[in-house]
Design a protein around this ligand. Structure first.
Ligand code: NAI
Length: 338
């Protein structure tokens, strides 16, 4: 039956196949919103991923052209284009991972919540497709406002009786990339050598970088903490303003989504110790969805980690963000039930 496979069996058979035919992994990935600002560069990066055998590009427009263009690149991943609602099922069938950057981006002066009215409906429709055609797939939600769109997907899956919290993640990786880059700049080391968790959600003050847990450890002054935290929280707005009406972060987001999507696939494949931060169903705080450090494995999210020791300003930031995040979550849930 379409979509009714066990991801674990598929992975296992993919690995057996691996030994026999040197096929990479057997993974099939769908990208929904593939012709957009994030979709196109992300499709390019995914086409180059050794973890992906088949890449299905879905959008309401322009995917045949994007798919044809990418298909000429000499990497093994097979790219297929699907356009329009009538082809959503074919795009999703048999997929192990579905990445969703469909929807409108911000313009200067807008908050992510201003996108809710347009994007909530788009995400709900796409989630219905996932529930119907590939209910066991891991779903990476990029469409904003992530704080609300993830609960929308969860409610749609629940209504269809196929919700698995381990399979649903809101992508907050760009916040982590920004935190690494800005902190590295501030302390004068290469960006790749810095790591730190970014927790909470993916909008304004709900984005909370834990600078006190950065490695290499560094003692920032209160002023430096305030400035860095603010810059990380406003990273998206920095790009929106710089693009001056031509959209929001697309290239850095594509890189972030590649990183997170590949981590999900590495987990499904059986790699150990695959750690990321993501916005998932959570009992780490008082709100039902929260971004924090997670372990990715064969069944998706296999563990969410406690926040660890927080500084006084981080505790304050956490207390401030929780009511806002709670309201964003409730808005998503209410929409899904309308
Ligand atoms: P874009 O407007 O360039 O592309 C969006 C694409 O979605 C378009 O190709 C459009 O045709 C497609 N689309 C619209 N309705 C659709 C539907 N029903 N089914 C399938 N595709 C549909 O926007 P961009 O810049 O790619 O941003 C996409 C989303 O990602 C926005 O909501 C933006 O706010 C969000 N975003 C999230 C980030 C994160 O860190 N999670 C970072 C940056 C952007």
């Amino acid at each position: 039956i379409a979509g009714h496979f066990d991801a674990r069996d598929e992975v296992t058979s993919g690995r057996i196949l691996n030994n026999v035919t040197s096929s990479p992994t057997g993974f099939k990935v769908a990208l929904l919103g593939a012709a957009g600002g994030i979709g196109q560069p992300l499709a390019l990066l995914l086409k180059k991923s050794p973890l992906i055998d088949v890449l299905n590009l879905y959008d309401i427009v322009n995917t045949p052209g994007v798919a044809c263009d990418l298909s000429h690149i000499d990497t093994p991943c097979k790219v297929q284009g699907f356009a329009g609602a009538g082809q959503l099922g074919a795009a999703l069938e048999g997929c192990h991972l579905v990445i969703i950057p469909a929807g409108v981006p911000r313009k200067p002066g807008m908050t992510r919540d201003d996108l809710f009215n347009t994007n909530a409906g788009i995400v709900r429709t796409l989630a219905e497709g996932v529930a119907k055609y590939c209910p066991r797939a891991v779903v990476n939600v990029i469409s904003n406002p992530v704080n609300s769109t993830v609960p929308i997907v969860a409610e749609v899956m629940k209504a269809r009786g196929v919700y698995d919290p381990a399979k649903l993640m809101g992508v907050t990786t760009l916040d982590v990339l920004r935190a690494r880059t800005f902190v590295a700049e501030a302390i004068g080391v290469p960006p790749g050598s810095v790591d730190l968790p970014v927790i909470g959600g993916h909008a304004g003050i709900t984005i909370l970088p834990l600078l006190s847990q950065a490695t290499p450890s560094f003692s920032f002054t209160d002023d430096e903490v305030a400035k860095l935290t603010k810059r990380i929280q406003n990273g998206g707005t920095e790009v929106v303003d710089a693009k001056a009406g031509a959209g929001s972060a697309t290239l850095s987001m594509a890189q972030a989504a590649l990183r997170f999507g590949e981590s999900c696939l590495r987990g499904l494949k059986g790699d150990t110790n695959v750690l990321e931060c993501a916005y998932v169903q959570s009992t780490v705080t008082s709100v039902p969805y929260f971004a924090s450090k997670i372990l990715l494995g064969r069944s998706g999210v296999e563990a969410t980690y406690p926040l660890g020791p927080l500084s006084a300003s981080e505790r304050e930031g956490l207390n401030k963000l929780l009511p806002e995040l709670k309201a964003n979550i409730e808005k998503g849930i209410a929409f899904a039930h309308k």
